[in-house]
Design a protein around this ligand. Structure first.
Ligand code: MEV
Length: 320
């Protein structure tokens, strides 16, 4: 049996604009998803995903994706794409396990896709570079959900903190030793594909305005990249505030996110913003050490602090 794990992610800067070829900065978090895979003697492919209530689910790769239970679609498509690419056919027993809820917006779909690909490549002794794993993982995510920039797949493969642009044309590691972040969960599950599609519709109506906002977000990401290298946290906080304001202008924030962002700022965060698609999920606040407790307190009042370490390792084989 082979077990591989991949990290979840937190978007630091550049969400939504990254779908339109602009850059973003994303960090991998220490909440991981694992895929354990072994070959079966028969031709059956059986999936177990106890965290999402899937027990002994038999899949047939010749069937349509749409006929599969939602909870197994990424694993189904990852196996299908891997077998197609490398001309393999085999029975499999797959078990996935997650250290975090898929409701947080930490990128569980991309992490489970990448963990599955890594376990398969190890099981069938196929060498895949990070870029090859990214490309197949990104194709899998697009096959299943139709939209997405691929930044979350890159975070799952490469880990740490990366500057990402244009469907993975540029993937650059940023050197970051520490990042004093507090993560706050709104309690609301956001629907990323719907938020992305709604913004695309809005862009058809207001293209000039929305493209200008994306350009401004790009400037913020480029500035943030420099401030990261200088460890200039007050300026990074300011970049977060600018970025959040523009996301609000795009219409992807919500009352619960606004409350967490504004209360975090009011008790001394350098800056705060929503993280990810918006509409719920999580926000992040960059905080001076001496204000951390105050910020956590207000976030726990209106939402929930999610303990998370940034800069986590990318996909890896787990030796039992
Ligand atoms: C969602 O976490 C981030 C978005 O930019 C979508 C994507 O990049 O795939 C909204």
């Amino acid at each position: 049996m082979v077990k591989a794990s991949a990290p979840g992610k937190l978007m630091l800067f550049g969400e939504h604009a990254v779908v339109y070829g602009k850059p973003c900065i994303v960090t991998a978090v220490d909440h991981r998803i694992s895929a354990s895979i072994e070959e079966r003697k028969d031709k059956k492919i059986i999936i177990n995903a106890p965290d999402v209530g899937i027990k002994n689910c038999e899949i047939d790769l010749n069937e349509n994706l749409e006929n599969q239970p939602k909870e197994v679609r990424f694993v189904f498509q990852a196996i299908k794409n891997f077998f197609d690419k490398y001309g393999i056919s085999s029975g499999l027993e797959v078990t996935t396990k997650s250290e975090f809820s898929s409701r947080l917006g930490f990128g569980s779909s991309s992490a489970v896709t990448v963990a599955t690909l890594k376990a398969l490549s190890e099981l069938f002794s196929i060498k895949m570079s990070n870029k090859e794993m990214f490309d197949l993982g990104y194709k899998t995510v697009l096959d299943v959900q139709g939209v997405g920039s691929g930044f979350d797949v890159a975070a799952a493969v490469y880990g740490e903190t990366i500057y990402f642009r244009n469907k993975g044309e540029v993937i650059e590691k940023l050197k970051i030793d520490s990042l004093p972040l507090v993560v706050g969960y709104t309690g609301i599950k956001a629907d990323t594909p719907t938020l992305v599609k709604n913004l695309a519709k809005k862009r058809e109506l207001y293209k000039l305005i929305i493209d200008r906002i994306f350009e401004k977000i790009e400037t913020i990401v480029e500035n943030a990249k420099i401030f990261f290298s200088e460890k200039h946290f007050p300026a990074l906080g300011e970049m977060m505030n600018f970025n959040h304001g523009l996301l609000n202008a795009l219409g992807v924030s919500c009352k619960e996110l606004e409350i967490l962002v504004h209360t975090a700022r009011s008790v001394g965060a350098y800056g705060a913003k929503l993280s990810g698609a918006g509409g719920g999920d999580c926000m992040i606040a960059l905080v001076p050490e001496e204000k951390k407790e105050d910020v956590e307190k207000v976030i726990n009042k209106y939402g929930k602090v999610i303990p998370a370490k940034v800069n986590a390792e990318g996909v890896r084989i787990e030796n039992e």
